[in-house]
Design a protein around this ligand. Structure first.
Ligand SMILES: Nc1ncnc2c1ncn2[C@@H]1O[C@H](COP(=O)(O)OP(=O)(O)OP(=O)(O)O)[C@@H](O)[C@H]1O
Ligand SMILES: [Mg+2]
Length: 445
């Protein structure tokens, strides 16, 4: 076993064929050990048979058969002394040393923190992730110097008597708030030491993602349920009390159409978000000119701009501004930003799209920036960090009234993430807001 332990730590698990080969090799070594242990008897029998053949005229075939049978018996019949010696050889200090170093390599290679404790809770060994998790973790110190949670310490002190692994989860507040799961396993099998193995798993990220998913579903259902409830209310009224009321029907139908299109907008936005998220790990590879993206966005927004009595000014890049991008997604980014400026800006206001090239500096590649600037009411600073969260709105009622779903900036952020770009928001209440997008120039680092 020792001979295989070291390569095994570095290579893939042996194939079935390889394992069969190892079993055959081990068997042959057992047979050789038995033969070696009975060597003098074998030699003695060989001499006796030769003498009998020479002196007593024993037929050679008979003498040979007797000798071969003796050797076969020696080799094939189990012998406690030689087999034990063979197994002892495997567990010799050298073999054990090799096994221990293979275990050490394996423990260090584990992605999760692993700590080996003495029965009294003293740290005997900790792998690299464990040292990364607790800066003050030292071999020889007590585990309670880094994990003080009573649930965990109780599990460690109960482990030697319990004889089986238990998993406890606990929360930590310092140095950062996180939730951990610790599997505490006493090493009772094959060892008398009673040492305790502790395997840690950080549950924080998984729980945060689960919470986000639950919040997202709750928010999306809530957003859909509101117009749906309103539609059902109107339908019931039209089926009962207002059945013959033409005036009521005339009033209700436009509101119903409005609610239906709100649902459509929400579903479109959700689909758009999920499409961008699905492609998040595939950076776009088309060469796109940002001047073309700005022109196209302006053309599609022009009717809305004049409907809302706004002015949209565009200052383009002086030269083609080539980036690796998805043209439709980049158009959607500018449309969402300009649409917000129109929606939340004061009627009759001005919106500017300003292009700027930021030359490369040190290791930072050259970038193209497009700022969408409005002179609307602006946004209070406490809202700025949360604006790109899904469904986050400064004023929910006013956003809904304007047909907002609260997903526009979340889509912008995800598209820019996919483009390895950035969104910077600056705003001063009463003076207006500036939403700047930045994307690396094509061919940059
Ligand atoms: N230019 C702006 N001026 C003032 N407030 C803004 C501006 N842009 C965004 N906001 C605020 O940020 C919030 C989030 O914007 P976002 O675009 O994500 O959602 P929305 O506009 O409400 O809905 P949607 O874009 O999905 O139709 C808005 O509800 C609004 O409160
Ligand atoms: Mg919006």
């Amino acid at each position: 076993m020792s001979d295989q332990a070291e390569p095994g730590a570095r290579t893939l698990p042996p194939s079935l064929f390889g394992r069969a080969g190892q079993a055959v090799a081990r068997g042959l070594r057992v047979l050789a050990a038995r033969l070696w242990a009975s060597l003098w008897q074998v030699v003695a029998v060989a001499v006796i048979m030769a003498a009998l053949a020479a002196v007593a005229h024993l037929p050679v075939a008979l003498a040979l058969t007797a000798f071969v049978s003796f050797v076969a018996a020696v080799v094939l019949l189990p012998r406690q002394d030689s087999d034990q010696a063979f197994n002892d050889a495997l567990e010799s200090p050298i073999a054990l040393g090799r096994t221990a170093s293979a275990m050490h390599v394996m423990a260090e290679a584990l992605p999760d923190p692993l700590i080996l404790l003495s029965p009294a809770g003293q740290v005997l060994f900790c792998n690299a992730p464990a040292r990364g998790l607790f800066a003050s973790l030292r071999e020889g110190s007590h585990i309670s110097s880094v994990i003080r949670t009573p649930e965990f310490l109780d599990a460690v002190s109960a482990a030697p008597g319990l004889g089986e692994a238990v998993t406890v989860s606990y929360a930590e507040r310092v140095p950062v708030g996180r939730r951990m799961a610790a599997t505490v396993a006493p090493l009772t099998q094959g060892t008398e030491s009673g040492d305790i193995l502790v395997l840690l798993r950080d549950l924080t990220e998984g729980e945060r993602i689960n919470q986000m998913r639950a919040d997202f579903i709750a928010n999306a259902s809530h957003e859909l349920r509101t117009p749906l409830a309103s539609l059902r209310g109107f339908i019931e009224t039209l089926q009962s009390s207002a059945k013959e009321d033409n005036g009521a029907r005339e009033r209700f139908l436009p509101i119903m159409a409005d609610q239906a299109s709100r649902m459509t907008r929400l579903i479109d936005a959700l689909l758009s978000l999920s499409r961008v998220e699905m492609n998040a790990h595939v950076p776009p590879s088309d060469l796109v000119d940002l001047n073309d993206v700005m022109d196209h966005s302006k053309d599609t927004l022009e009717p809305l701009v004049s409907d809302m009595d706004f002015q949209l000014e565009v200052s383009r890049f002086p030269r083609p501004a080539m980036v690796l991008g998805d043209r439709d997604e980049l158009v959607q980014v500018l449309q969402n930003l300009v649409h917000n400026a129109l929606k939340y800006g004061d009627k009759g206001g001005k919106v500017r799209m300003e292009a700027k090239h930021i030359p490369s500096l040190g290791r930072q590649a050259g970038r193209y920036a497009i700022a969408v600037i409005d002179n609307g009411p602006g946004i209070a600073p406490e809202h700025l960090p949360r604006l790109t969260e899904r469904f986050y709105r400064v004023d929910v009622a006013s956003s809904r009234e304007k047909g907002g779903t609260g997903l526009g900036l979340a889509i912008v952020k995800h598209i820019l993430n996919r483009h390895r770009g950035e969104l910077v928001i600056a705003s001063e209440p009463g003076k207006g807001s500036t939403f700047t997008i930045m994307v690396n120039e094509a061919g940059g680092v």
